[in-house]
Design a protein around this ligand. Structure first.
Ligand SMILES: Cc1ncc(COP(=O)(O)O)c(C=O)c1O
Length: 414
């Protein structure tokens, strides 16, 4: 199959998946912000939003929305917005709409859930690969903490260690589906198998993974799958998806007066209804990036598979370019990864590199990016971390070229 041309790949014996060519120009044209002349390589910290999402949010406000559960049409509109949002998120991750918990962001939802899931007397297994939002909420429950270590050279999270970390007192294994700085995609299904064999729950942080390819939370073995819409072209909303029957068994802290139904039991205060409409529009946008047929779930799988192929093709150029520069150190070389590069430049602090690139209208992030344990394990947390340049579906070859030219220009100016 020629790069960018689409074609058919065998995903299992006798099973073929049709990969569509990725229409990068039309995808880019749907994002108003991309016309400002900047190369947006900061998607891992938050993506831009397409016109359809911006309009959906405005339309919700324009049409009149009330609080949920009222007797009048504006309230019914909000009821419908919430239900549609749960259905959309469920389609995106392969979950059950009745188990989609919505909230302001992944961190807030995870803190709330962690206290409902684990406590003193339990054991929790966390990893040093994870963003701190899937670490501290668990270590602060009062449970005994077991740490899964990262290989600092490869950036891999070896699965074998989990056999000795998980035991009969393990309540939850919290692990990321992809590192937000190195892009590492650990073998989550294998870890889940060990967790489930011991009767433990799997809490999978899908915040970084979700934008970078098709997601099937059941195939991952995730009992909980967390994601944030602002990483995949939506507004600043988080979601955690679980089996409603599992949620029924948990009793989170909640107001006496708020609904005790599932998933509402886990949702605090009044939702950002207009933003939830934007979340649905974002899922619809992702499903429609490449022409496809079938249900929204099927179109999402086709579209996100094509997007992943597009990203990885560009990333091969980006990574090869950085790795050939003698003044650049790239961290990690995981076998399976998202299109996310983390690197330092000799003679320049990560902040100086980011400022230099900003002057060339190239947006990258610098610092530890909340990968607190991982940057500690890499030995760079206290020296300002590194520079992160990440690709998402709307990035193109010119974004990559501009990054490489900008970094190359720092070759002898240290
Ligand atoms: C991998 C990962 N997990 C969790 C989070 C936290 O998500 P939120 O900002 O929705 O709390 C982030 C945010 O950058 C992330 O990249």
């Amino acid at each position: 199959m020629l790069p960018g041309q689409g074609g058919t790949v065998e995903v299992a014996e006798g099973e073929h998946l049709h990969i569509m060519p990725f229409p990068i120009n039309s995808v880019r044209a749907s994002y108003p912000a991309l016309t400002d002349g900047y190369a947006y390589l900061d998607g891992a910290a938050g993506t831009q939003t397409p016109r359809s999402v911006i309009e959906a949010i405005s339309d919700a406000y324009r049409s009149g929305i009330g609080n949920v559960g009222g007797a009048f049409p504006a309230s019914h509109r909000s009821d419908a917005i919430v239900a549609a949002c749960r259905a959309a998120v469920a389609d995106l991750v392969g979950g059950d709409p009745g188990g989609v918990i919505l909230g302001p962001n992944m961190t807030t939802l995870t803190y709330n859930l962690a206290r409902a899931i684990a406590g003193p007397g339990d054991e929790v297994v966390v990893s040093r690969l994870d963003h701190d939002a899937n670490v501290r909420p668990w270590t602060q429950t009062g449970a005994t903490v077991r740490w899964a270590e990262v290989d600092p050279v490869t950036g891999e999270l070896p699965v074998e260690q989990y056999a000795s970390l998980i035991g009969e007192r393990t309540r939850v294994v919290a692990v990321t589906a992809a590192s937000n700085i190195l892009g590492t995609r650990p073998d989550v299904p294998a870890i889940a198998e060990l967790a489930h064999r011991a009767g433990a729950l799997m809490y999978v942080d899908g915040v970084h993974a979700t934008p970078h390819g098709p997601v099937d939370m059941r195939a991952l073995g995730a009992d909980f799958y967390a994601t944030s819409a602002y990483k995949w072209s939506g507004p600043h909303i988080g979601a955690v998806v679980a089996d409603p029957a599992l949620l029924e068994t948990l009793r989170p802290d909640k107001l006496a007066s708020s609904p005790d139904t599932v998933p509402q039991r886990f949702e605090r205060g009044t939702a950002a209804f207009a933003d939830l409409e934007g979340v649905t529009a974002a899922v619809d946008h992702l499903a429609a990036m490449v022409p496809g047929a079938g249900t929204r779930r099927e179109r999402l799988l086709t579209s996100m598979t094509a997007a992943e192929e597009h990203e990885l093709e560009l990333f091969a150029v980006l990574l090869a370019g950085l790795e050939t520069m003698p003044h650049v150190t790239v961290y990690g070389k995981p076998a399976r990864r998202t299109a996310t590069a983390y690197f330092t430049v000799a003679g320049h602090t990560p902040r100086q590199v980011a400022e230099h690139l900003a002057g060339l209208r190239v947006n990258v992030w610098n610092g530890h990016n909340y990968a607190w344990e991982l940057t500690g394990a890499l030995g760079i947390r206290d020296s300002g971390g590194a520079v992160r340049a990440g690709l998402v579906h709307y990035n193109d070859r010119s974004d990559v070229n501009r990054l490489l030219e900008g970094v190359d220009a720092l070759r002898s100016s240290g």
